[in-house]
Design a protein around this ligand. Structure first.
Ligand SMILES: Nc1ccn([C@@H]2O[C@H](COP(=O)(O)OP(=O)(O)OP(=O)(O)O)[C@@H](O)[C@H]2O)c(=O)n1
Ligand SMILES: C[C@](O)(CO)[C@H](O)COP(=O)(O)O
Length: 236
């Protein structure tokens, strides 16, 4: 299989909601940092040519050492991130340059994404130019005003919770980020910068287990998901 995808793994967040002194992407899950679990998946996929890791400016050396220690040879660049996730992605795309025609952006703190889900996202992107993994929301979602009063109940059948990876033709994503930067637009995911150009972004169905480790209550669930995955792999 042709290795044509570049991956930008963003790992430069402060993890304010996690509240640990250690950046959450470097916390141990089982016996490895969360970031390493994430990188190992992309390292193992034949479609992936190169990985850029974007991390805190004080964590570049440590990140390179982890890549060495765990044999993550596709990690070719480790660069410093920015103040917002979008700025970190922008720096990652710049470090990737024009070496890949297709690029995926993935949160370091989503270590449970599967190769099947990544491939579904890539296929949708190759068909539409841009695609994100997502799951249909399970709860009824309400819009609530500042006084705590419900103002709307959107049709749940049209609501999806968006995940990563998010996959794009590289030139499209680079252009979208350039335009967003010029307009000082900051979104919470990469699809938003592409959507604002009027370009359609497809949704590929993912898994509910592709959680973003965000708050302390995610950690015991993440340990549970890891033990389930280990058990499954041992049985294969
Ligand atoms: N300036 C930033 C902010 C976030 N991220 C990365 O984007 C992903 C998703 O961010 P999230 O975990 O939601 O945010 P954090 O900024 O890490 O956490 P918080 O909002 O609680 O501070 C994470 O892998 C995080 O490291 C990044 O690279 N650069
Ligand atoms: C990109 C993302 O993971 C999609 O769910 C998410 O928007 C990033 O999280 P943040 O907490 O808004 O940084």
């Amino acid at each position: 299989m042709e290795a044509k995808w570049g991956v930008v793994v963003v790992a430069a967040g402060r993890g304010t909601r996690m509240g640990t002194s250690e950046s959450k992407q470097y916390l141990l899950l089982g016996n490895k940092p969360i970031l390493v679990h994430t990188l190992e998946l992309f390292e193992s996929m034949a479609e992936i040519a190169e990985i850029v890791v974007v991390t805190g400016s004080g964590e570049i050396g440590r990140c390179r050492e982890l890549a060495e220690q765990y044999g993550l040879h596709k990690v070719r660049h480790v660069v410093a991130g920015g103040s917002e996730r979008q700025h970190s992605v922008y720096k990652g795309i710049a470090a990737l340059g024009n070496r890949a025609d297709w690029v995926m952006v993935h949160d370091a703190v989503r270590p449970f994404v599967t190769s099947e889900a990544v491939r579904a996202c890539c296929s949708a992107a190759e068909q539409h130019g841009a695609a994100v993994l997502a799951v249909p929301v399970k709860d009824t979602i309400k819009q609530v005003n500042e006084a705590g009063i419900i103002t709307a109940t959107p049709d749940r059948s049209r609501l999806w919770a968006i995940q990563t990876p998010q996959a794009f033709r590289r030139e499209l994503l680079a252009e979208a980020h350039e335009q967003a930067a010029a307009a000082s637009f900051v979104g919470t995911d990469d699809a938003m910068v592409v959507e604002r150009m009027g370009v359609p972004v497809a949704v590929a169905a993912g898994d509910y287990t592709n959680i973003k480790i965000t708050t302390p209550d995610d950690l015991p669930y993440a340990e549970f998901l890891l033990s389930q995955r280990d058990r499954r792999e041992a049985a294969e």
